[in-house]
Write a protein that binds this ligand. Structure first.
Ligand code: ATP
Length: 314
């Protein structure tokens, strides 16, 4: 058994392949999730996210490749990888006649947790899930409450790695925020690996992301690095008078990939050659007798990176 050290990746996947009939659900996935990260596993429907999570949690076996959790192969039946994992599947099951506290106590019992240790764990998790004192049965819960309870249940064994499959997809904005807040509260304490197709969720809570497309990881990096590496660069400018003439001029420039009006005197330029743009923009503004109020780098969104990498049609 490999030793668990801080240098060992929480999850390490090499060449993972899974074929269902004629569908290559996974086609050589390579992935490394650092310990302590909140890692977004991002991909459109059918990309292979659930299949990857099912293999990591021992619910499916790979056809080729390896998947390791804290250095230990997930297919090695002799090791106890699963004691290090908490998992919330995409469609979690609950006993509707239980309260949240009863459900967490029941789940803790399955892991052999009892007595004061169980009391303390259940109390802390009910607090984390915002369900302290809720006497209602789970069957009457909103989707958001169920999902928060699901995350709490996945944490009952104090796992080193929490895996969540699309934890926010079926939720309204408030429900999503509450689940994302729970994930944020875990940052630094537990490695969190969660799959989603919702870019803004990844942007809100993750430090690192991998983008999965058609069974292959097309990129993986810290989010800020990814934005710098792949996103088309942006320049935001504001001039002293109407900027229509400038907009048409910039649209035709070789360094410009797009122009958007932000208001009568403001423009956001998507640029393919930032150096050329930095020289040309002030010169063209001055040549038209206009003043430059501001010229600054614009924010590149993860959505733009995503579209750049996997295409708008997905
Ligand atoms: P979604 O967000 O839609 O759940 P996903 O990224 O989780 O998508 P997977 O569920 O892993 O994707 O599916 C990847 C591909 O493998 C899809 O084409 C899917 O139809 C196929 N697939 C997954 N599980 C099976 C199975 N048990 N039998 C046959 N095909 C499957």
């Amino acid at each position: 058994m490999a030793e668990t050290t801080t240098g060992t990746p929480a999850i390490e996947i090499v060449g993972l392949t899974k074929v269902y009939g004629k569908t290559r659900a996974l086609d050589g996935v390579d992935l490394e999730v650092p310990q302590g990260s909140v890692f977004g596993f991002l991909g459109p429907n059918g990309a292979g996210k659930t299949t990857t999570l099912r293999i990591l949690t021992g619910l499916a076996t790979p056809d080729q490749g390896t998947a390791r959790i804290l250095g230990r192969d997930v297919t090695d039946v002799d090791n106890d990888v699963r004691s290090d994992i908490g998992f919330l599947p995409d469609v979690p099951g609950f006993y509707p006649w239980m309260t949240a506290e009863e459900f967490l106590r029941f789940s803790g019992g399955l892991f052999g947790i009892a007595g004061e240790a169980l009391d303390a764990r259940v109390k802390a998790l009910l607090e984390l899930a915002g369900l302290t004192g809720v006497k209602q049965k789970v069957g009457g819960y909103s989707r958001g409450m169920k999902q928060r309870l699901g995350v709490a249940q996945a944490l009952i064994n104090s796992p080193k790695i929490l895996m969540l499959d699309e934890p926010t997809s079926a939720l309204d904005p408030i429900g999503r925020k509450e689940v994302l807040d729970m994930i944020t509260a875990l940052a630094g304490r537990t490695t969190v690996f969660f799959s989603t197709h919702i870019l803004s969720d990844v942007e809100r809570v993750c430090d690192t992301v991998a983008i999965l497309h058609k069974g292959t990881v097309v990129t993986q990096a810290p989010i800020n690095e990814l934005k710098e590496r792949y996103g088309s660069q942006k320049l935001v400018l504001e001039v002293t008078a109407q900027s229509n003439e400038l907009a048409s001029l910039f649209s035709a420039a070789s360094w410009c990939a797009g122009v958007e009006h932000t208001n009568g005197r403001g423009l956001t330029l998507t640029v393919s050659d930032i150096e050329a743009a930095r020289v040309a923009v002030p010169a063209e503004v001055a040549a038209r007798g206009l003043g430059l109020i501001r010229l600054e780098a614009g924010e590149v969104s993860l959505e733009e990176v995503f579209v750049d990498l996997v295409g708008g049609g997905q």
